[in-house]
Design a protein around this ligand. Structure first.
Ligand code: NI
Ligand code: MN
Length: 230
């Protein structure tokens, strides 16, 4: 598995020859174009686009990316219905459900957050994804508070190799709560996201890392544009 970070909560996961894009929000990211080089959206590949919830900072660039790639969507029922109304195709899920896709199994899991779509439409309930195949198992939490439901993940899914967790506070859990989340999901390696993009979610990176090392866990704070092997 290979991961690329496009900023905020947007990641590209490459596995088994498939390209899975999570929560694309690139053109509106104020960090890009200043100290961080701009990302050419037209260069982003995707076979599938996975959307955790309906907020603009998770799906701003879907129209352009789907136009370029012809990707299909995976999200909750309400978001897929909304996208189908715009002529796109996708696979609807809801909490607790699994589906076997060509790239592996996906389980849509609970997130404590909200999910209104940009035009005010109902965006269903927000969620996260646990995704696994013979190359590994990853939890992409989406936007969420720390929640006891996370303890169900290691009881119901294969052992996690990586957890992608929001750590920016204010709209989601902070790094201290995310370190507890890493314990709940029994994962040693966390990749932090949803931090520093806007004023409300600027963080102290050293303190965030310490919250994890204090628990004997690892926190990676990816650089925008970085690609690495998992
Ligand atoms: Ni959100
Ligand atoms: Mn968000």
């Amino acid at each position: 598995m290979k991961l690329t970070y496009y900023g905020h909560s947007c990641f590209l996961l490459e596995t088994k020859g498939y390209k899975l894009l999570f929560d694309p929000f690139i053109s509106g990211n104020p960090l890009l174009g200043d100290t961080v080089p701009k990302i050419d959206i037209a260069s982003i590949p995707a076979d599938y686009i996975l959307l955790s919830h309906g907020h603009g900072d998770h799906l701003l660039d879907v129209e352009e990316i789907v136009k370029n790639t012809g990707a299909s969507f995976i999200s909750n029922y309400e978001i897929i219905t909304w996208l189908e109304g715009k002529g796109h195709q996708g696979h609807p899920m809801n909490h607790g459900g699994h589906w076997q896709f060509p790239f592996g199994t996906v389980k849509y899991v609970t997130a404590i957050h909200s999910s209104m779509l940009p035009d005010g439409s109902y965006g269903g309930n927000p969620g996260g994804f646990v995704l696994w195949n013979e190359e590994g198992c990853i939890y992409f939490a989406g936007d969420t508070a720390l929640t006891l439901d996370m303890q169900l993940i290691p009881m119901t899914c294969p052992a996690l190799d990586y957890a992608i967790l929001p750590i920016g506070d204010n709209f989601t859990m902070n790094a201290s709560d995310a370190a507890i989340a890493a314990e709940f999901v029994r994962c040693e390696k966390t990749i932090g996201c949803h931090y520093d993009t806007f004023g409300y979610i600027k963080i102290d990176k050293a303190a965030a890392s310490k919250a994890f090392t204090d628990k004997g866990k690892q926190l990676k704070l990816p650089t925008i544009g970085e690609t690495w092997d998992l």
